[in-house]
Design a protein around this ligand. Sequence first.
Ligand SMILES: NC(=O)c1ccc[n+]([C@@H]2O[C@H](COP(=O)([O-])OP(=O)(O)OC[C@H]3O[C@@H](n4cnc5c(N)ncnc54)[C@H](O)[C@@H]3O)[C@@H](O)[C@H]2O)c1
Length: 358
Amino acid sequence: MAKIKTSDYTIAVSKDIASEINTFIETRRERFSRLFILVDENSLKCCYPQLVAEIPAFEDAEIIEIESGEENKNIEVCAQLWVTLDELGADRQALFVNLGGGVIGDMGGFVASTFKRGIAFINIPTTLLAQVDASVGGKVGIDLNHVKNLVGVFNNPKAVFVNPDFIATLDNRQLLSGFAEVIKHGLIADPGYWQKIKKTNTSSPESISKLIETSIRIKNKIVSEDPFEKSIRKALNFGHTVGHAIESHFLESGQPLLHGEAIAMGMVCEAWLSNKITGLPDESLREITTYISSLYPYHVIEKPAVEHITELMFHDKKNTNGKLNFSLLSEIGKCEINQTASTDLAREALNYYINTVR
Ligand SMILES: NC(=O)c1ccc[n+]([C@@H]2O[C@H](COP(=O)([O-])OP(=O)(O)OC[C@H]3O[C@@H](n4cnc5c(N)ncnc54)[C@H](O)[C@@H]3O)[C@@H](O)[C@H]2O)c1
């Protein structure tokens, strides 16, 4: 069992999170009037039964179930959740438990942060992406008008409980989506970890689960130094300027990619930009391109789409003064923030993916 301390809460990583959750609730029992557990149909089926069998307080909790999927991370579902909490008589001493992937964590955290001006919440992330990425950083929010995470706040949970075994029921596509963020952690922060990642059997959830703690520690170290993304936290955006634009393009075209699939493509493009702008060696560019393209399917990007994706990059929240802003690698394990690139170079980076990965 590992306990990772963030600025103001602890992330317990353990195959026995039930006893950790029991301790958390027992030591604060007088503070919580009632428990509300937010789930979707998959976390309800795959993770809830194991927990309720071992956590007495979960037996009396109200279960609130929403339909799974990014399309439900919206203001209408939030409004339903606020109404449900009110109808169920939730007061300001209620504890909100987010049991699920990143959608449950982001939206549940947002609903809890705003209901009656904020009630306490804890997260039990159940996907690889939510465990290695959303478990740290305090970003909660929802999508609006098809723009991802347009509305939200920074607000930390009271605690996070990660059971690496929960990822065993994810399908391989979901697993690889979360794995893209693991790859990113190696590339931006730790060359030794990158070597370990490359040796991991990516079709085995058990092998992947051994990386979860290190990834959380890497993200936590970066976020602790810069909680509000003024400087070093921007390193976590490696692959995301191009990746988010690719994600938006495929979403609009009716063939949505999973977040990590788009980020994997974005990392190939931004590794190329790193080679041109921050001096990432040719050999490292080849290594990154070969590894990522061995794991993720090639997605065709037609010529007109290159223009559109380049335009979409300008919508990124990270840009300032109309310039494209990137976090790029100078070597594997080292990231340089606040790098700018011209539109032409961004277009060429997409062409590198198109011509090299296929
Ligand atoms: N707050 C942050 O810092 C942060 C970081 C990364 C991503 N996110 C957000 O997270 C979301 C993506 O997260 P995600 O990939 O977890 O998506 P998700 O919550 O949609 O989960 C993916 C799928 O896995 C299912 N699922 C969940 N747990 C399962 C389990 N144990 N076994 C089988 N199926 C299971 C879900 O029902 C869903 O169908 C996005 O909205 C993204 O913006 C937030």
